[in-house]
Design a protein around this ligand. Sequence first.
Ligand code: ZN
Length: 242
Amino acid sequence: MEEIKTQAIVLSATEYKESGKYLTLFSLENGIVKAKIQGVVKPKAKLAFASLPFCFGEYVIVSKTGNTVINCSAIDSFYDITKDFDRFVAGESLLEVVSIIGRENEPNPELFIMLLKALKMLAYSKSAPLAVLIKFLIFALGNAGYGLKLEGCVKCGNKKPAKEFFSFDLGARVCSTCSDESSVGLSAGEVAVLRNIDQTDIENLENLKFSSFENVVGVVKLLTKYFFHKTGEVVGAVDSYV
Ligand SMILES: [Zn+2]
């Protein structure tokens, strides 16, 4: 019987037998970890907090036949994210993205740290939730090996093409001459949103002003579509929202 102690964030929780839950955790030291947690549905259950999505804590997990969480010290519940619908949708999307690109027993500390930063921004800053989601998606895509190329047309180098396109095959901005079958048109406003968010640290996103929210939504749609193009997975929370 092995016991591990690890900082982890709850990505999802499903019912398990009568009073337990089956958790998908993202841990700093072990990447994705699936584990049961017993007795958390009962009223006044001591570890109920540890079974809620967004919970960040130090988890103690034993592995015998499967993993079981036996203890947890809370670090932050990020409860504020669940109090606002827009923040919640963006937050759920972050958790979904990590559960898709994270790997079991493969630590991914860069992704872990970025997820923590993004959750903090959603819970405690005035940043637009979709801007935090865009920043996180750009990072996560790069982390998964699908980084975006946004410095002008990736093929001919044209910095200001008259018409902007995004090639899903190349993960890049392209001009009309260089666009391929996988390309879709982008508005100048969408290009500006993409580049501004890409070039701004996540801690400073709250200083960005968006002249049209439509462009922000357009970029979220573009990135989730590109995410699907590369991973074959839909980010369900935001897909039904934008
Ligand atoms: Zn070109």
